[in-house]
Design a protein around this ligand. Structure first.
Ligand SMILES: Nc1ncnc2c1ncn2[C@@H]1O[C@H](COP(=O)(O)OP(=O)(O)OP(=O)(O)O)[C@@H](O)[C@H]1O
Ligand SMILES: [Mg+2]
Ligand SMILES: [Zn+2]
Length: 511
């Protein structure tokens, strides 16, 4: 008898359908053959599946079994195919009706006693199943909520193989998992109003949030840089539904959507330590798993004490910062992980940390300072649109009451500015989610300077010796500031504020 069941395999963070064709013949030489580019984990699947079947009361007897995994050129790894393989064998021996199999996707690792264990990548597989028009998915119970994030797809969670068999045989249906509405769960996070003083830095972060700009906070120890960066996530607009699924898919592929997973519309905030490995930062391993840059997709990547990461590690950030994704090359092929994040960096102005402090006291030589600043390469620094100096707090600020607006008030303005941007991009028929990613070719067209704004730009480009990239960076930031102001034209004050953010941070405070 010949039966086909469906499962899924990850490639990067997207999934592909795997067809498992099981052919079973009585007589001839008994045996079990598997063909179609499978890794060791999949080959071990044979043992797990046969043992689980036997334990659940379905010995396979003396048949000759051939299993073909298709498409042959798609690398298949891991143990997620177990359930589909087991169900295929049961279908081929007539224990479950083969007619019930074609429209379902099966995922899950089998324990030797037939229990179903959770696997990575359930969400992307479920998204693919819906895209392929399948009716439903059957997954291990702990993955059920994750799969149920996908609407208009029937998700059933099963504790073990026996319950899947009863379901397919029509004896005892498995419960349908209910999808939950995405909602915000970030609790106990730092609010912008918790940060005292630092009004200019808060304003810079509002601009960064509105335009999706990368930002660098420079200042002496204890001035509140880490605090500001943590509060940054709370002034960003919530994820759209599409973004929430994108981000959750990455967490699923990383195996980080555990049983308690909830879809959240909170933007991810990742703050890897500077001792992070290269693979931990940008992804890697075999099979490749997403790294911090991808876990920060649609959110924030915060690099505290940025110079400590080291030049080689920071260089790895160029691809994601520039392209919005990372490519991981393996013998089995290349995987591409999405990695579009806002970069927030924090650093001291110099090794001793006191350069630029109004109280003075920097003990570094000119060369020390130069060397320290050069730990972040020019090309990377060039992609940080907003640089801001965070001075030490005065006693009055330190001892006074909490100050300033709440994150939600700031977030309101951020959302309004982003809406203007999206409207403008739609009018011009351009893609783009933020001013920071505005196509270089259209920057001048989209940043309509008024007369005085134009004259100021002319002056500062020469004065600051801005490169072509520096010039469009200035225009993008000015555009964002005008959006926050709600004006169509980019005016002189908008440019003037953008200039403040364009200077190398070490200079801002020395002027
Ligand atoms: N602006 C501020 N408002 C309220 N508390 C602050 C502020 N700045 C600093 N603090 C207090 O000082 C502590 C240190 O602040 P934070 O870690 O943000 O400083 P930092 O600039 O990151 O310093 P470092 O350069 O040493 O990393 C905070 O935990 C907080 O208690
Ligand atoms: Mg800090
Ligand atoms: Zn110093």
């Amino acid at each position: 008898m010949h039966v086909t069941t469906l499962s899924g395999a990850l490639k990067g963070v997207s999934a592909h359908i795997v067809r498992i064709e099981v052919r079973m013949r009585k007589g001839g030489f008994p045996g079990f053959h598997m063909v179609g580019l499978a890794d060791t984990a999949v080959r071990e699947s044979r043992v797990r599946v046969l043992t689980a079947l036997e334990y659940s009361g379905y010995p396979h007897g003396e048949s000759c079994i051939t299993v073909n995994l298709a498409p042959a050129d798609l690398p298949k790894s891991g143990s997620a195919l177990d359930l589909a393989l087991a169900v295929g064998l049961l279908g081929a021996s007539g224990i479950v009706p083969a007619s019930s199999l074609g429209s379902l996707l099966f995922l899950g690792e089998l324990g030797l006693r037939g229990s179903l264990r959770p696997v990575r990548g359930v969400l992307p597989c479920a998204l693919r199943a819906r895209q392929e028009g399948l009716a439903g998915v059957v997954v291990p119970s702990p993955n059920a909520r994750e799969a149920a994030m996908v609407e208009r797809l029937e998700t059933r969670g099963a504790p073990d193989l026996a319950s899947v068999v009863s379901h397919l045989a029509g004896a005892q249906p498995l419960p349908v998992s209910i999808s939950r509405q995405a909602h915000a769960v970030r609790q106990g996070a730092l609010d912008m109003s918790d940060v005292r003083g630092q009004a200019p830095a808060k304003r810079a972060m509002e601009v960064a949030a509105a335009g999706g700009h990368n930002v660098m906070l420079t200042g002496p120890p204890g001035s509140g840089k880490t605090m500001l960066a943590r509060a940054y996530a709370t002034i960003l607009p919530p994820l759209t539904e599409e973004e929430a699924l994108e981000t959750a898919s990455i967490y699923s592929a990383a195996g980080l959507l555990g049983g308690l997973a909830e879809v959240t519309v909170d933007r991810p905030f990742r703050a890897p330590h500077h001792s992070v490995s290269n693979a931990g930062l940008v992804g890697g391993g075999n099979p490749p798993r997403p790294g911090e840059v991808s876990l920060a997709h649609n959110g924030v990547l915060f690099l505290d004490e940025m110079p400590e990461f080291g030049g080689m590690t920071l260089d790895l950030l160029m691809e994601p910062v520039e392209e919005g994704h990372v490519t991981i090359v393996r013998a089995a092929g290349r995987a591409r992980f999405p990695a579009r994040f806002s970069l927030v960096g924090a650093m001291n102005p110099c090794r001793c940390g006191q350069d630029g402090s109004p109280r003075g006291g920097c003990s570094c030589s000119h060369n020390d300072r130069r060397r320290y600043a050069s730990r972040i390469s020019g090309p990377l620094m060039d992609r940080i649109d907003i640089r801001v100096f965070v001075p030490p707090l005065s006693y009055r600020e330190m001892s006074g009451p909490g100050s300033g607006e709440s994150s939600s008030a700031i977030r309101g303005r951020v959302q309004a500015a982003r809406a203007l941007h999206i409207e403008r991009m739609n009018e011009h028929g351009l893609p783009g989610r933020s001013n920071a990613t505005m196509p270089a070719a259209s920057v001048e067209r989209l940043c309509e300077l008024d007369g005085a704004g134009c004259r100021l730009v002319e002056r500062v480009v020469d004065e600051l010796g801005l490169s072509a990239r520096g010039y469009s960076r200035l225009l993008r930031v000015a555009r964002t500031i005008a959006d926050l102001d709600g004006t169509q034209a980019v005016e002189e004050p908008h440019v003037a504020e953008a200039v403040q953010y364009a200077r190398p941070a070490a200079e801002t405070h020395r002027r």
